[in-house]
Design a binder for this molecule. Structure first.
Ligand SMILES: Nc1ncnc2c1ncn2[C@@H]1O[C@H](COP(=O)(O)OP(=O)(O)OP(=O)(O)O)[C@@H](O)[C@H]1O
Ligand SMILES: [Mg+2]
Length: 419
């Protein structure tokens, strides 16, 4: 880094630290129409979108936006149709040019870049995923995923290797030679995501990427994106209409109305302290089942059996705790499943010495992760007599969630029915 400074490299190559804003949006305006600057120069700038339109015919796309987005943040833009979300996203990479204000990315003023500079910068820094997948139908999945690299003149071997890797990342291994037309919507969107990721961009711009998908696939894609982000730690700016998508994915949310940001904060802040009626309306149907996660309501398992214990010890433990069954973990606290008193007793009936609970006496059970929302646990609790174990990526048991806990959490407290 010192060497870079001596050589006086442009700031674009200096890494942005995790706590610094990677995207800084300052006093950004967009007015569509003829001679839009006149709106900003006059007292019209204080007027509402409606009034500006009535007086000048110009449409206010974005009004005085100020946002700061940190590296690695999952940043959500939310608001009703026409509130300016897409306009903001497009202005960030100047697919649309702002009327006033600036966009600073990695310390560089994007609004001041020349055409050629901008093109290079865009290709290097951004990946984009939009609602309509924008795949090229005459190219295979592999060629679509490699497209951004081809545009950047990355040699064939390298770009295919990279594209293969990102296709694998998004779960499309084996589909390389197919054409987009033979893929489902969800799969096509994965190709779109792979194409955006193949460049290894620092910033991903996603404008309603999942809106065209049916609800189940959509939820699955959200889960996968959460998982992927955990690994990749990209800066993501993500537009959605859907509150639950926003709450599930976002580190921070900006709520837009008529071109303005009316509230900005963490999902929790937005839900618990909506700034005005508009936001209130947005969040009022934030059902706890869709907001609360297994991790937020789980409790430690009260009785645990250890895989290295013998069946007699395990059975004694169950009896003394008045339990019919309990979860079994190994020495790393990894969940192996559940053992029932009946099956342990049966082992003992044989009268043989058994050193440890045999695998055949341990039943596997469905598990969830700490991020699973309660709604996604309903199907498990209806088919499963046990509490639901919550495990981490390594399969370690983190806690358990009972059916009672779930229903208690999603039922409003007495006297609280109205909000
Ligand atoms: N090219 C354009 N010319 C004129 N007006 C535009 C243009 N693009 C957007 N607008 C206007 O800017 C405002 C914001 O539009 P934008 O597309 O950003 O909304 P949005 O929040 O993305 O909506 P949606 O949820 O429907 O996608 C709207 O009033 C729209 O009519
Ligand atoms: Mg839009």
């Amino acid at each position: 880094m010192a060497e870079r400074n001596i050589r006086n490299q442009p700031s674009e190559d200096l890494p942005v630290r995790k706590d610094e804003p990677q995207v800084l949006i300052k006093d950004l305006w967009k007015v569509f129409g003829r001679d839009p600057k006149r709106v900003l120069k006059s007292d019209l700038r204080e007027k509402s979108k409606e009034e500006i339109q009535k007086k000048t015919g110009c449409i206010l796309g974005m009004k005085n936006i100020n946002l700061s987005i940190k590296k690695g943040q999952f940043y959500i833009l939310m608001g009703l149709s026409g509130s300016g979300k897409s306009t903001l996203i497009r202005n960030i990479i100047r697919l649309v040019n702002p009327t006033a204000g600036s966009v600073i990315i990695n310390g560089q003023n994007v609004t001041k870049m020349s055409g050629e500079q901008l093109l290079q910068f865009r290709r290097k820094t951004f990946g984009m995923v939009f609602q309509h997948y924008g795949l090229l139908p005459h190219l295979t999945v592999l060629d679509n995923a490699a497209y951004g690299l081809k545009v950047r003149d990355v040699p064939k071997g390298e770009r295919y290797a990279k594209a293969m890797r990102t296709l694998e990342t998004v779960g499309l291994k084996g589909w390389e030679d197919y054409y987009p037309g033979s893929l489902s919507g969800g799969m096509q969107q994965r190709v779109g995501l792979a194409r955006a990721l193949a460049n290894d961009p620092e910033i991903l711009l996603m404008d309603e990427p999942f809106s065209g998908l049916d609800p189940l696939i959509r939820r699955q894609m959200q889960d996968e994106l959460v998982e992927l982000q955990e690994k990749l730690q990209k800066t993501i700016i993500f537009v959605t209409h859907d509150l639950h998508e926003a709450l599930k994915l976002g580190d921070r949310i900006a709520i837009m109305r008529n071109g303005e940001v009316v509230q900005e904060g963490t999902p929790e802040e937005i839900v618990t302290q909506p700034a005005d009626e508009y936001v209130q309306e947005f969040v009022q149907d934030a059902s706890p089942a869709k907001v609360l996660t297994a991790g937020s309501i789980m409790e430690p398992a009260k009785v645990l059996l250890y895989a290295w214990e013998g069946p007699k010890t395990a059975l004694t433990l169950l009896l003394s705790n008045k339990r019919k069954a309990a979860f079994v973990v190994d020495k790393n606290h990894k969940l192996l499943g559940v053992a029932k008193d009946e099956s342990l007793a049966k082992l003992l009936d044989k009268g043989e010495y058994i050193e440890k609970i045999p695998q055949s006496s341990i039943r596997t059970v469905p598990t969830v992760s700490e991020n699973t929302i309660l709604e996604d646990m309903f199907s498990i609790i209806t088919h499963n007599p046990y509490p639901v174990p919550v495990v981490n990526d390594d399969g370690r048991l983190m806690g358990v969630v009972t059916t009672d806990q779930i229903f208690e959490s999603i039922t409003p407290a007495e006297g609280d029915e109205n909000g």
